[in-house]
Design a protein around this ligand. Structure first.
Ligand code: CP
Ligand code: NVA
Length: 310
């Protein structure tokens, strides 16, 4: 078979890769999927390669099961099994995989590696988490906000803790969708300065040092682990730096009465979040995890099969 590079393909490396209108259409499609009203198989005969350079429960299972729901097939590729783990260049991996599969999902360390993969691949590339961004998770978080609060227009979102890949993706979401975002981060753990500056051109996005100031009147309270994958040896230093940044029920009481609590998981109860918050009535973390499946199916249907959005 002659190889025909698909020059028209689109990648999903960051939330702003979709316009606000496209995001609205994507969430509509994901909602249809969540309600069980989508019966098409747009990935029939298609395959997704999933490269995991870091561990995963949710991302791996939701992409694999989601591909199958849409009629396709997913391959789990870990560095122990593929030559990328032995130093084969990412560009060569991209060129080769493009001859076999119809889409590539990758979870890795440096964001530049995902950009390199996308540059050399002839098929859509989806970012399944880098040290900089976790866009699929924040799509699922937004779908959860839509599910429980009806949307984000006029809403205030609080981020408590590390200015990490999740925080950066929430800032990108505020940039595209224009809601108010307050991030409480300890000094030295701020989000990416460029991503923040860009968002501040279209939305009210503030960094504060006081957790109560961030949560005051919030509709959504969000946190994540203090040491992300790859930062395990910093755990002790981070435990000291993040003292006082735990989301407790006392802190939640400063948010709106009907505020929801989100966490991308995995969580460390007693560190970034108290058990009675994550396991309490305001927590929507299980819906949030489920929404990974629906929103990623919508992303794949749109990018890999040209599904009309909406
Ligand atoms: N939230 C999330 O991405 O979870 P996994 O690391 O289990 O994929
Ligand atoms: N910030 C976390 C998210 C895990 C889903 C990490 O990168 O490890």
């Amino acid at each position: 078979m002659t190889h025909r590079p698909n020059g028209m393909h689109r990648d999903f490396l960051a939330i702003p890769d979709f316009s606000a209108q496209e995001l609205g259409e994507l969430f509509q499609l994901a909602d249809t999927m969540r309600r069980g009203q989508y019966t098409e198989h747009p990935l029939a005969g298609k395959s997704l390669a999933m490269i995991f350079m870091k561990s995963s429960t949710r991302t791996r299972v939701s992409f694999e099961v989601g591909t199958w729901h849409l009629g396709g097939h997913a391959l789990f590729l870990s560095p122990r099994d593929i030559q990328l783990g032995r130093g084969e260049p990412i560009a060569d991996t991209a060129r080769v995989l493009s001859r076999y599969v119809d889409g590539i999902m990758i979870r890795t360390f440096a964001h530049a590696e995902v950009e390199e993969l996308a540059k050399y691949a002839d098929v859509p590339v989806i970012n399944g988490l880098t040290d900089l961004l976790h866009p699929c998770q924040v799509l699922a978080d937004l779908l959860t906000v839509r599910q429980h609060l009806g949307g984000w227009a006029g809403k205030r979102v609080a981020w408590i803790g590390d200015g990490n890949n999740m925080a950066n993706s929430w800032i990108n979401a505020a940039y595209r969708l224009g809601f108010e975002l307050r991030l409480a981060c300890p000094e030295g753990y701020d989000p990416d300065a460029k991503i923040l500056a860009r968002a501040q051109t279209t939305a009210v996005v503030k960094i504060v040092r006081d957790v109560a100031e961030a949560v005051d009147g919030a509709d959504v309270v969000n946190t994540d682990v203090w040491a992300s994958m790859g930062q395990e040896e910093e755990q002790e230093r981070r435990m000291r730096a993040f003292a006082g940044f735990t989301v407790t029920s006392k802190l939640m009481a400063k948010a709106k009465r009907d505020a929801i609590f989100l966490h991308c998981l995995p969580a460390h109860r007693g560190e970034e979040v108290a058990a009675d918050v994550i396991d309490g009535p305001q927590s929507r973390v299980w819906d949030e995890a489920e929404n990974r499946l629906h929103v990623q199916k919508a992303v794949m249907a749109i990018l890999m099969a040209g599904n009309k959005q909406g």
